[in-house]
Design a protein. Structure first.
Length: 389
């Protein structure tokens, strides 16, 4: 029992405001937990259904790539949500012709403010990206490489850039991006093949290797900290835990190597050579360019093949594909038929086929901040793709 001297005291002890709309709303909310939806409609049900409809339309929109997510306050309910293809990077906005031979690799910096391109002409060109006009201009040229430049890797803070060469290259070059100074020229042996590299997330270490059996972990001075013997490396990627490195090899697989525990395990097994691969930002998905097969999407956690993308021509050239878009909902790849293919991650058929190059497209790279795509080709040019002018 509870005894109160007046009505105000009773309301206070019972946490009851007294009769009125507020107390009735609270009573209805409490009753809602005991009654099924068929008896009592949940609150704001129509608003919930409309919001779900807008979200579904957004998910089905193959060109949706904007920071402004559609909401009930910002969209019209008179027509379905659909982004225009003109807002997507499908149009040639600039052609970079400063290289004088085949361009083998291109990569935007992590902050999107720079583009690095590597060529058979043995140079690396750094480009500044104007965030307003979305035009590129030469920042500096890094020269002195003995071989052509077939692979580039930005450090996590974009302060350094690693350059590697083709199969017969035994050297790795580590550049200071800000000054253009060559910080390290690494070569363990003339018999080595150092054709790819990847940065540890701490930015203080990197891994490098090649198909002649070299696989090193090094510091910023080029000193070898650890090594694995007999691993014929095709491509490398460091994962977010800071100790595991993914490496594709000549056995048509991707294995995970733990440099702290010195353990390794098989993660992906293909039936054909893996020419190159890249991993999504969250580390869950891997995009593989597989010889004679094209572009494959793998789930690294479940270790299953998710999707095979159709259209691109992939023989035994090394072609580098890429995740892209604000939420990495898109995939792009070069092709031996001189085109760039773009897919939505959830669909096997291309949503855009970009023509313009006259020879094999070796590499593509998405700008992480702008609706911009770069493609490097054997025709000696780099094309910058953007929305319609």
């Amino acid at each position: 029992y509870m005894m109160c001297s007046d009505a105000a005291g009773l309301r206070e002890k019972a946490a009851w405001e007294g009769k009125g709309s507020a107390s009735r709303s609270k009573l209805l909310e409490k009753l809602q937990t005991y009654l099924p939806p068929s008896v009592m409609l949940p609150p704001h049900r129509l608003q919930t259904l409309l919001r779900q409809a807008v979200e579904l339309q957004r998910d089905r929109c193959v060109y949706h790539n904007t920071r402004h997510e559609p909401s009930l306050d910002s969209v019209s309910l008179y027509s379905d949500h659909s982004c225009s293809r003109k807002q997507f990077p499908c149009y040639t906005r600039q052609i970079l012709t400063e290289h004088c031979n085949e361009v083998w690799f291109c990569k935007f910096s992590n902050d999107g403010s720079k583009l690095a391109t590597g060529s058979k002409d043995s140079t690396v060109i750094l480009w500044d990206v104007d965030m307003e006009s979305q035009q590129l201009k030469v920042a500096r040229t890094l020269e002195g490489h003995t071989y052509g430049v077939s692979y580039l890797a930005w450090s996590p803070d974009d302060a350094h850039l690693i350059a590697c060469g083709p199969d017969d290259c035994s050297e790795l070059w580590l550049w200071n991006v800000q000054t253009g100074e060559l910080k390290v020229k690494m070569s363990q042996s003339h018999e080595d093949s150092l054709t790819c590299a990847a940065w540890n997330p701490d930015g203080k270490r990197f891994v490098t290797g090649g198909q002649r059996g070299q696989f090193y972990q090094c510091d910023l001075e080029g000193n070898v900290l650890d090594s694995w013997e007999g691993v014929r490396v095709q491509c490398l990627c460091c994962v977010g835990d800071g100790k595991t490195v993914l490496a594709s090899d000549t056995h048509q697989r991707i294995r995970g190597y733990n440099f702290e525990e010195l353990t390794d395990r098989n993660i992906v097994q293909e039936d054909h050579p893996i020419m190159a691969f890249t991993v999504s930002r969250n580390g869950r998905l891997a995009l593989l360019n597989v010889a004679t097969q094209g572009v494959h999407l793998w789930d690294l956690q479940d270790r299953v093949l998710v999707r095979k993308y159709q259209g691109a021509t992939q023989g035994f050239y090394t072609i580098h594909s890429a995740f892209g878009g604000l939420h990495e909902d898109f995939i792009a790849s070069g092709s031996e038929d001189h085109k760039v293919y773009v897919w939505h991650k959830r669909g096997e058929l291309p949503i855009a086929v970009l023509a313009g190059h006259s020879h094999t497209v070796n590499c593509v790279s998405w700008n992480p901040r702008l609706p911009m795509l770069a493609s490097a080709s054997d025709d000696g040019t780099v094309r910058i793709w953007g929305p319609a002018p």
